[in-house]
Design a binder for this molecule. Structure first.
Ligand code: SAM
Length: 274
């Protein structure tokens, strides 16, 4: 349990601190990507520890809490679960951490469940996806628009490179959305939990860096036809954009927002083999 003083700790805005205290919301977040019983879970940004406690209460075998704010890291090191070895605390920047090394000894895929700081949530997710070897489920609270971008489908206004990259390795959906008033202090916008359920290994797309570059080029000028938006990127491999698209059975006059995951994969495969 947290020291009562920690529950009233002043939020540091530059660290994106917006805390959750409602037990029902914390349980729903903890279980957003399925049961945690018997599993190891990484939580980035535990803050005063509401979600950490919910993960432990719901039977997580171990929680690895990564926190940059030393006040919160120190508080968690005082918990009985820390002494029992069920809670380990990594004090530092979750963006700079070697997660592969952190979970090297784990036998089962490790989950990531977190109420992420708004300012670094997207690069953290991109790092985890691009590490490629990540096999555990993720339930991540973001500002709503980022969660919508992770889960968007072709034709949605939020469909873009984050959806293409996320869905190259996972099925995604929004578990639930919370208004600003659910947090202390309240952020300016709604928040949502995006759930990423990993695809089977042989269904994941392996060439993630190139897929990211192709989708970035395609969506860079999202109102343009693909033959125009991909023109200069195609040249990096000596390709003609229209021919490249036609070879993948894609009409060069279409726009990026209409392309499916499979079509982005086809474009990337052909770019790599050119
Ligand atoms: N999990 C808590 C909750 O739901 O009440 C706190 C969530 S708060 C939105 C984000 C937390 O991430 C804060 O505790 C903040 O100190 C921490 N944080 C911010 N940047 C971080 C970083 N780069 N690495 C690790 N933790 C970070």
């Amino acid at each position: 349990m947290s020291d009562p003083q920690i529950l009233n700790a002043r939020a540091n805005k530059s660290l994106g601190q917006h805390f959750l205290f409602d037990p029902d919301i914390l349980n729903r977040t903890a279980l957003s990507a399925g049961p945690v019983e018997g599993r190891t879970v990484i939580e980035v940004g535990p803050g005063p520890g509401g979600l950490t406690a919910a993960l432990l209460r719901n039977g997580a075998e171990k929680v690895i809490a990564v926190e940059m704010d030393s006040r919160f890291a120190e508080n968690l090191r005082g918990w009985k679960e820390h002494k029992q070895g069920r809670l380990s605390v990594v004090e530092g920047d979750g963006l700079a951490l070697d997660y592969e090394a952190l979970v090297a000894d784990e036998k089962q895929p490790v989950k990531i469940i977190a109420n992420l700081p708004y300012n670094v949530g997207t690069p953290m997710l991109v790092n985890w996806i691009k590490a490629g070897s990540w096999r555990g489920e993720m339930g991540l609270m973001f500002q709503h628009e980022v969660a919508a971008r992770v889960c968007a489908q072709p034709g949605d206004k939020h469909y873009g490179r984050l959806a293409v990259l996320s869905q190259a390795v996972a099925n995604t959906h929004i578990a639930f959305t919370l208004p600003p008033g659910a947090f202390k202090p309240p952020p300016k916008v709604d928040s949502s939990v995006a759930v990423l359920m990993p695809l089977e290994e042989d269904k994941k797309y392996p060439h993630l860096s190139t897929l990211e570059k192709v989708s970035a080029a395609a969506f860079g000028q999202r109102r343009k036809m693909l033959r125009a938006s991909l023109k200069s990127f195609a040249k990096t491999k000596g390709l003609n954009a229209s021919e490249w698209l036609e070879n993948c059975d894609i009409d060069p006059t279409r726009r990026a927002e209409t392309l499916t995951q499979l079509e982005f994969r086809a474009l990337t495969d052909r770019y790599l083999s050119a």
